[in-house]
Write a protein that binds this ligand. Structure first.
Ligand code: NAD
Ligand code: TYD
Length: 353
C-alpha cells in the first residue's frame, strides 16, 4: 500500500510527507510541479529513503497522474498541490485558475478512471482527501460566529475563489460519481519551511536582515493561526476516520490580529536574537498600503473534528510560534537559499540526479 501526495514539496505538503514517514512506513509517491513554491531541500532528510518517491509533474497532466495511479495503486490521494499566495493571485490570477481549478479537475478525472478499475478490496479503502482553506467562506465581522462546515461559500480573492471552485468539483465528483472524497478547510498555517513571502516567515527574515516589517492597512485583520504539524495530524485523522463526502474545518482556536502576531515575533526575537543596538525589533514595523479586497477576519469553529474524530491541536500559539522562530534562527541557510533563489539550482541539481 502507498499514498499519493500532491504538492508535497511545498510548505504544508513537505511537513506532511516528513510527518507521515515518521509515523509509518507506508510509502509516499510525491507529485509536485516544483513551481517557485516547491523546494526539494525541505525533503533533503529523505534522500535515499526508499519509502519516498518524488515525481516532478503537474496535477493537470492527466496522462501522468493516470499512469502514476495505475502503476502504484495508492490507497489514498492527499491533494495539497495549489497556487497558494493571495497577493500573487491579485497580481496574476491565471496560474490559480490553471493549478487550482483545472488541475484539481484533471486529477479528479484520473481518479475517476482509476477508481472504476480498482479491485473491490482496494476500492473499499480508497479515499481522495482535498486540502482546502477557510478563505472560501469569505470575511467575518468582529461579532460573527466562527466558520462552521455549513457556512455559505463567499470567496473574495482570486485565490479563495479558485479554491472554492476546486472544493465544488470535489463535492460534485462524490455526488455524481461516488468518489470517496474528504475535504478539509483549514485556517492559516505557520511553522518550519514556510516560504518567506507569507507574513510570519517574511517578518522573521526582515527583522533579522534589518528590513521593514510591513503590515497592510491598520494591521487589525484577524487570522486564526495553526501550527503546521497540527494541520498534518488533523489530515491524518480525517484520512483515517472521516466520513466520505464530509467537510472538516481545521483550526487552532488562535485568533490574532496581524499586529499582535508581529509584536509576538518581535518579542521572541528580542529575547533569542537581540538587535545589536539593544532596541526592539518593533522599531522596524511599518504600516503599508492595504491589500485590495483584504478579508478582515477569519475564524474556524473546529468543534466537528474534535467531537467526531477526537482531534485537537497539540500546540498553543505561544508554543508554536516560539518553535517557529527558533526553527528559522536555526535554519538561516535554508532561508538564504530561498531568498537568493539558490534553492532553484538546488532543485535542478537534485532533480537531475
Ligand atoms: P505552497 O505554495 O507552499 O505549496 C504548494 C505546492 O504545490 C508547491 O510545492 C508547488 O510546487 C506545488 N504545485 C503548485 N501547482 C502545482 C500543480 N499544478 N501540480 C503539482 N504541484 C503543484 O502551499 P501550502 O501553503 O503548502 O498549501 C498547501 C495546500 O494547503 C494548498 O492547497 C492551500 O490552498 C492549502 N492551505 C494552505 C494554508 C496556509 O496557511 N498555507 C491554509 C489552509 C489551506
Ligand atoms: P498571508 O500570510 O499572506 O496569508 P493570507 O492572506 O492567506 O491570510 O497573510 C496573513 C495576513 O497578514 C493577511 O491578513 C495579510 C497580512 N500581511 C501583512 O500585513 N503584511 C505582509 O507583508 C503580508 C505578506 C501579509
Amino acid at each position: 500500500m502507498a499514498i499519493l501526495v500532491t504538492g508535497g514539496a511545498g510548505f504544508i505538503g513537505s511537513n506532511f510527507v516528513l510527518d507521515w514517514l515518521q509515523q509509518s512506513d507506508e510509502p509516499v509517491i510525491n507529485l509536485d510541479a516544483l513551481t517557485y513554491a516547491g523546494n526539494l531541500e525541505n525533503l533533503a532528510s529523505l534522500e535515499g529513503d526508499g519509502r519516498h518517491l518524488f515525481v516532478k509533474g503537474d496535477i493537470g497532466d492527466f496522462d501522468l497522474t493516470a499512469h502514476l495511479l495505475a502503476v502504484h495503486q495508492p490507497r489514498a490521494i492527499v491533494n495539497f498541490a495549489a497556487e497558494s499566495h493571495v497577493d500573487r493571485s491579485i497580481h496574476g490570477p491565471e496560474d490559480f485558475i490553471q493549478a487550482n481549478i483545472v488541475g484539481t479537475f484533471r486529477l479528479l478525472e484520473a481518479t475517476r478512471m482509476y477508481q472504476s478499475e480498482l479491485a473491490e478490496s482496494v476500492k473499499a479503502q480508497f479515499r481522495f482527501l482535498h486540502v482546502s482553506t477557510d478563505e472560501v467562506y469569505g470575511s467575518l465581522t468582529q461579532d460573527d460566529p466562527a466558520f462552521t462546515e455549513t457556512n455559505r461559500y463567499a470567496p473574495n480573492s482570486p485565490y479563495s475563489a479558485s479554491k472554492a471552485a476546486s472544493d465544488h468539483l470535489v463535492r460534485a465528483y462524490h455526488h455524481t460519481y461516488g468518489i470517496p472524497v474528504l475535504t478539509t478547510n483549514c485556517s492559516n498555517n505557520y511553522g518550519p519551511w514556510q516560504f518567506p513571502e507569507k507574513l510570519i516567515p517574511l517578518c522573521i527574515h526582515n527583522a533579522l536582515t534589518g528590513k521593514p516589517l510591513p503590515l497592510y492597512g491598520d494591521g487589525q485583520q484577524i487570522r486564526d493561526w495553526l501550527y503546521v504539524k497540527d494541520h498534518c495530524s488533523a489530515i491524518r485523522q480525517v484520512l483515517a476516520a472521516g466520513t466520505h463526502g464530509d467537510i472538516y474545518n481545521i483550526g487552532g482556536w488562535n485568533e490574532k490580529s496581524n499586529l499582535e502576531v508581529v509584536h509576538t515575533l518581535c518579542a521572541i526575537l528580542d529575547e533569542l536574537s537581540p538587535r545589536t543596538d539593544g532596541r526592539s525589533y518593533k522599531k522596524q514595523i511599518v504600516f503599508v498600503q492595504d491589500r485590495p479586497g483584504h478579508d478582515r477576519r477569519y475564524a474556524i469553529d473546529a468543534t466537528k473534528i474534535e467531537h467526531e474524530l477526537g482531534w485537537r491541536p497539540a500546540e498553543t500559539f505561544e508554543s508554536g510560534i516560539r518553535k517557529t522562530v527558533q526553527w528559522y534562527l536555526d535554519n538561516q541557510t535554508w532561508v538564504q537559499n530561498v531568498t537568493s533563489g539558490t534553492y532553484r539550482h538546488w532543485v535542478d541539481k537534485q532533480y537531475k540526479k
